[in-house]
Design a protein around this ligand. Sequence first.
Ligand code: NAD
Length: 507
Amino acid sequence: MTQSTPAASGLRTITHWIDGKPYEGSPIGRFPVENPGTGEVEAELLQASDADLDYAVEVATRAQKEWAKYSLAKRTAIMFRMRDLVLEHQDEMARLIVAEHGKNYSDAIGEIQRGRETLDFATAINLALKGEYSYDISTGVDIHTLRQPVGVVAGICPFNFPAMVPMWMHPIAIATGNAFILKPASMTPSAALLTAELYQEAGLPDGVFNVVSGNRKMVTKVLEHPGINAISFVGSTPVAHIVQDTGVTHGKRVQALGGANNHAIVMPDADLDFAAQHISAAAFGAAGERCMALPVVVAVGGIGPDLARRVKAHAERIKVGYGMDEGVEMGPVIDAKSKEKIIGLINEGESKGAEVVLDGRGLVITGHENGHFLGPTIVDNVPLDSELYREEVFGPVLVIVHADSYDEAIGIVNSSPYGNGSAIFTNDGGVARRFQLDVEAGMVGINVPIPTPVAYYSFGGWKESLLGDTHIHGPEGVKFYTRAKAVTSRWPSEKTYAATMSFQREE
Ligand code: NAD
């Protein structure tokens, strides 16, 4: 990566990216970027000052004015090139993700692939931007609609998908004619900087895509900055509330995707082997650090112990280890604090009477003793009033609760304050149909435990999992990053009728 320069500590410095080049500015500090698989700090991330952010906004504002004048043909050509470059560089990007997030290599490739789907969508932005036209709405009067960019938009991103979540945002924001300022999570910034280099190679004009890293104070400044017109946020619910409240107060368009605690109902008629295999993969993939992970199963009609046994049989075979090592299926959690929080929640559930069916608390990976590893953990009969059930654990933990009937199960699911994704395992089409209508969640799976929509549909939850009106990427992303304009026109040469003081429409 070209943006690195040596720091006083001897560690690699990760800079910002402004106006088409690495930018150091006047940082107020340095954030230690750790490899969660080794526990070692490998780089330092510059933390932007107010002046650095002001500079980024100034550059982006200037660049956006010119970029919005690029024809759709030119914009989509750049998106095509960018899409190919991301594919060509996916190995490099995946290695950066493994080194900073810890997920295993194939999972990192998976997130890049899913992010690239939004670039695919953006290559056809001309279709999504087609307006409407009606002629002779009154005699000789026509109307048509346009969608125009909102200006400078910022994306504030979480640590868990360093490539995919930003790619839910910037391809559509940029293809629709905006300039973009990406604020990556401080723990996982490098994929954002590689993205910046690739945009430049793709021919995107300088200043249209910028990366600025910083602390909470810097994010607050982003939310208040008069030069930023819209904010996309993805992260935890408490921060989503801050982003929504502050951004809206400062007159910005905001979409704030929050946390999750996704539930799946397993009906007694389900194919339990099929369900167990999929539940294990969905609960423990990426060490449970996915907003669409499946941390809670509601077992209906006495199948709990059988289901727990079957999930355990799959989970105990998962190979946990360093993300680049051969055959590794699950890496560490992000840091020591997160590991401690997860263990604390398992302990709390156990102290309230839950049964730990599979215990990953003591796992040590030989050769990586300082990595933040936890093994897959299954906890059965978890009380609904425990923190283990109620909190977003965000780790490799599957909680099993029990219900006597579908009605009781859907009541449990809908009592969650979150509503990101939810699934049902059943062979009964009638129950599945009822579930898709009853469930209070934005993304629903029928025998699909992680119902993440493809990029030409939009992604988003309900309740505390999404604040704001629009879902992210796909058609709703286009709506979010553009403003509607309706143009009513008449040509005097047609001499249709004289002006009148009346508000009545001429017919
Ligand atoms: P986080 O909320 O801690 O951080 C997200 C971003 O906000 C980061 O860039 C961070 O620097 C910034 N931030 C943190 N605290 C802030 C504050 N007080 N004020 C202003 N900015 C602040 O989230 P995280 O731990 O990085 O990511 C995990 C969370 O993200 C989980 O809750 C997960 O469910 C959620 N997530 C949700 C989705 C979704 O689509 N709904 C997708 C991915 C992750």
